[in-house]
Structure formats: C-alpha cells, structure tokens
Ligand binder design. Structure first.
Ligand SMILES: Nc1ncnc2c1ncn2[C@@H]1O[C@H](COP(=O)(O)OP(=O)(O)OP(=O)(O)O)[C@@H](O)[C@H]1O
Ligand SMILES: [Mg+2]
Length: 361
C-alpha cells in the first residue's frame, strides 16, 4: 500500500462530462491542478466555518484521549471540498490515509482486504460511499462498530466464517447523496458534516489563495467578478480562475481585473450569475416558448435538445438555488427573477424573487 497522491476517478456516473466550465465535476486532466490547490490543513480550508469548528473539536478530543476519532461522514454537492477534508483529517491526525470508493468495493472480499491492511489509527476514506455494494456494506457495519470482520471462506454448506481483527481506524465517508445511504450505515457515523455552498466572500478567499499559489495577479475587483459566477463551488472558482488567467496573459498584461474577468468569461459563455449556455437555453425556452410555465421537465428538455436527466440534474439544481426556477407539482415555472435576467418584464403571476444568491451563510 502506498500513500495515494490523488484518488482516481471516482465518479464514473456523472452525466455532464461534456458540459463545460461550469460543471461541478472535475474535467479530464484537472486532477493535477486540483492537487496543487488543495488545502492541506484545517486552517487553510476556507469557509464552512461550522463544519470546521465541529471537526476541530472532534479531532482535538481524539488527540487528547489518544484514540482514533469517531467515524466521519462528509455530505454535500460535488466540488465543495469533501475529498480535501478527508485528506486534511488524516494530516491533522498525523495518520496515513487509505483511499477507496463505493463502486470499487463490489465484493465483501475487496473491503476485507482493505481493512486487514490498516494499521492502528489509519484513516480509511471511502468516496461515494452510497454506492457501496450490499455485502461490503454489511461487513463495514461490524468493522466500524467492533473493529472486526467475519470473512466467509468457501461456499454452500461447507462455508465457514473466520473472525478477523481490524486495527482501530477512522472511517471517513463522502457522499453527494446522503439520502441514498441506508439508515444503519448512516447511524454508524459518530459525526456528519453537511457541506454548504460557499458565499461569494468565501469564494473570493478561495480565489485569492489559489492566485497566490499559481502566481496569478488577481485584483480585488477581478476576484469579486469570478467569485460571483462560480456557483458557490470552489472547484468551479478555481477552474474559472485558470481560464481567466489564460485570457489575461494572452490578450492583456496578465492582471486579472474586473473587465478582464468579464471579457474572459464571456468567451466561455459564463454569464454574470454563473449561468451557462444550457442554463440560459432552459430559462429561455421556459419563458419564451412556454410563457413561463408550468411545463414538464421532459418537454422542457426536448425544447432545448437535451436529455431530461441533464436538465434535471445539471441545470435545475443551480437554477432553483439561484431563484430563477421553481419546481411545482404542475411543472417547472420561471420566477420573476428569471424573466428579468432575460431582459423581460415578468407577468403578474410569476412567482416572486427568491433570496439573493449566496450572500452570507
Ligand atoms: N474550503 C476550501 N478551501 C480552498 N479550496 C477548496 C476548498 N474546498 C474545495 N477546494 C478546492 O476545490 C477543489 C475540489 O474540492 P474536492 O475535490 O475536495 O471536492 P469534493 O467535494 O471531494 O468533490 P467531489 O464530490 O466531486 O468528489 C479542490 O481541489 C480544492 O482546490
Ligand atoms: Mg471528492
């Protein structure tokens, strides 16, 4: 077993591989950039102040008792820092980090091998833990609770179960879909951290930190501009920063000012609220073709030439959060803010404006 530098691609199931700079999932080849920009310690981890404080207490308590901390579940949308936090937990404990993922644990034997290789105090990180196969999950219950597993040897009536000690370890599970976790698994985590989308102010801090590491001349008004368009997501903020840096170096003197950021992001079809071409197409169809709705998601998807799943899983969550689109029992409805964003006067019956985006936590 060696110390992994970067977890391998652990999200083979996402639907938006081709969707461009605003995807919350890593792009192919982006892993190395992410590794460079990953915060290494809790003090470097920007934002999520509540999660950070809770985690500090959990880790400090364990340190004082001299025993491994409770198992930790990190839950939240992609790109908010779950993998980074898992690595930080190991670093703060001075422990080795072992990395695997739910989809990689197809058979209980895969997990047994992983567990039996752990040394005392190790941190075992299981990414996308909601995708773990059932037999492995059941083995995990016992390992989490009693630090042992029962390995079944042989098949049929001759099969025997051999108990195996596991060194006391800390499990860190990450999931983008905590609702998909079974109750028994969820209950075995002593601490669950719910990651929230970042405020614009926190994203500015993420950007300033990244700019320092990358040697980018990011001006304060440039940071504000990039942060606003980053959908509350550090991964997207860092990606947009790289795109804006390229533009600044090729078309200007390298300084990322507000105007440079605007011009650069216009090239990538990222508008001032962080909506891309497809988001705007969805809103445009909803407003222009369907008079603001209500309309079913499949009809809406046909109108923009996309798969319903893409519209539902990629566009809608952000449009809903941005207060542009409402999901009602009768279908999707454009809010007054959506009409205005498209430069049109909303009809009287359009649902009102939702709270402003990501202002404060
Ligand atoms: N709090 C933070 N402070 C600074 N940078 C951050 C923070 N959170 C995330 N990042 C940056 O965002 C990138 C993505 O974070 P990370 O890989 O930890 O997200 P994730 O939640 O594991 O995403 P996924 O669900 O896709 O696995 C990291 O490379 C890191 O540079
Ligand atoms: Mg991750």
């Amino acid at each position: 077993m060696h110390e992994p530098s970067q977890p391998a691609d652990l999200h083979p199931d996402h639907t938006d591989a081709a969707i461009g700079p605003l995807s919350p999932h890593p792009e192919p080849g982006e892993r190395d950039d992410e590794a460079t920009l990953r915060p290494r310690r809790l003090t470097e981890f920007v934002g999520q102040s509540r999660v950070r404080e809770q985690l500090e207490l959990v880790l400090e308590g364990a340190r004082r008792r001299g025993s491994p901390p409770d198992h930790v579940l990190l839950s939240g949308p992609p790109g908010l820092g779950k993998t980074s936090l898992a690595m930080i937990i190991a670093a703060e404990l001075g422990s080795a980090l072992r990395v695997t993922s739910g989809p990689a644990l197809e058979r209980a034997g895969d997990l047994a091998a992983m567990l039996s290789n752990l040394a005392e105090g190790d941190v075992l990180f299981i990414d996308e833990i909601h995708r773990i196969a059932r037999p492995a999950e059941e083995m995990l219950y016992l390992a989490m609770e009693d630090f042992r597993v029962d390995v079944v040897v042989g098949k049929g009536p001759g099969a025997t179960s051999i108990p195996l000690e596991v060194a006391p370890f800390t499990l860190v599970g990450a999931t983008t879909r905590s609702g998909a976790l079974t109750g028994p698994l969820r209950d075995r985590f002593g601490f669950t951290a719910h990651m929230e989308f970042y405020s614009s102010g926190d994203l500015e801090r993420v950007l300033r930190r990244s700019a320092t590491i990358l040697g980018v001349d990011l001006r304060p008004d440039g940071a504000v501009e990039v942060a606003r368009r980053s959908r509350g997501t550090p991964r997207i903020a860092n990606r947009l920063l790289r795109r804006v840096r390229d533009y600044a170096e090729v078309r200007a003197d390298g300084a990322v000012t507000r105007d440079i950021a605007r011009a650069a992001l216009a090239v990538y079809d990222v508008d001032e609220l962080g909506l891309d071409r497809l988001d705007r197409a969805v809103l445009g169809a909803l407003v222009r073709t369907f008079g603001g709705g209500p309309v079913g998601v499949s009809t809406l998807a046909v109108a923009v030439g996309e798969e319903p799943a893409t519209v539902e899983e990629v566009c809608e969550p952000y449009l809903v959060r941005a207060g542009m689109l409402a999901r009602t029992p009768r279908g999707r409805v454009a809010t007054a803010a959506a009409w205005r964003h498209l430069g049109m006067e909303p009809p009287a019956q359009a649902p009102g404006d939702a709270p402003t985006l990501f202002d404060g936590e």
